[in-house]
Design a protein around this ligand. Structure first.
Ligand SMILES: Nc1nc2c(ncn2[C@@H]2O[C@H](COP(=O)(O)OP(=O)(O)OP(=O)(O)O)[C@@H](O)[C@H]2O)c(=O)[nH]1
Length: 166
């Protein structure tokens, strides 16, 4: 198997309800670590659940602390089919999106995949844009002064991933 294909492998974690899939993928102790390796972030809460919104606010604080502003992100307010049970206002969500400096989507996964597609399209566009930006910054730096072996290895890696995804 080529290195290119290997780095693009997609792993699916599957299992029954409540067996701990979420905890396995993103255990709370390692949330800061996840913020370090992620290229893009989809923040989710349920419009029926104030606590889930508060959790999203806390996670936003961690993201900003670990990565600063400008990281590709999307805010998703899910379960919009349950409008009569709404506990988080649209304005609450908009304010959080403003702090994250990212677009906000109100969707219902239960009503179909169109909302999911929109969100995924947006995060992929943002992530690609960031990737291209990093690559062009590397190119500018390279023309400015001679670089170390480590720089060359990193640049080669980014170039390879770039051709995978763009
Ligand atoms: N009404 C409604 N229910 C939804 C929607 N999206 C998910 N659910 C339901 O909400 C419950 C939780 O959804 P999950 O996808 O398991 O949520 P999760 O965030 O992965 O939960 P954990 O694995 O416990 O962290 C399930 O019963 C889903 O069927 C939605 O848009 N509307």
């Amino acid at each position: 198997m080529s290195q290119k294909k290997y780095t693009g492998a997609k792993i699916v974690i599957i299992g029954g309800t409540g067996v701990g899939k979420t905890a396995f993928a993103a255990p709370p102790e390692t949330v800061e670590k996840n913020f370090k390796w992620g290229d893009g972030f989809v923040f989710m809460y349920s419009i029926t659940d104030k606590e889930s919104f508060q959790e999203a606010c806390k996670l936003k604080d961690i993201l900003l602390k670990v990565r600063g502003q400008g990281v590709p992100a999307v805010l998703v307010a899910n379960k919009c089919d349950l409008i009569t049970a709404r506990n988080v206002t649209e304005d609450n969500g908009l304010s959080l999106a403003e702090q994250l400096d990212c677009p906000k989507y109100e969707i219902s996964v239960a009503d179909g995949m169109s909302g999911v597609s929109e969100v995924m399209d947006e995060i992929i566009i943002q992530t690609k844009r960031e990737f291209v930006k990093s690559l062009s910054m590397l190119n500018v730096e390279q023309t400015e002064k001679p670089r170390s072996k480590l720089f060359k290895v990193l640049k080669k890696r980014i170039g390879r991933s770039h051709s995978d995804t763009v």
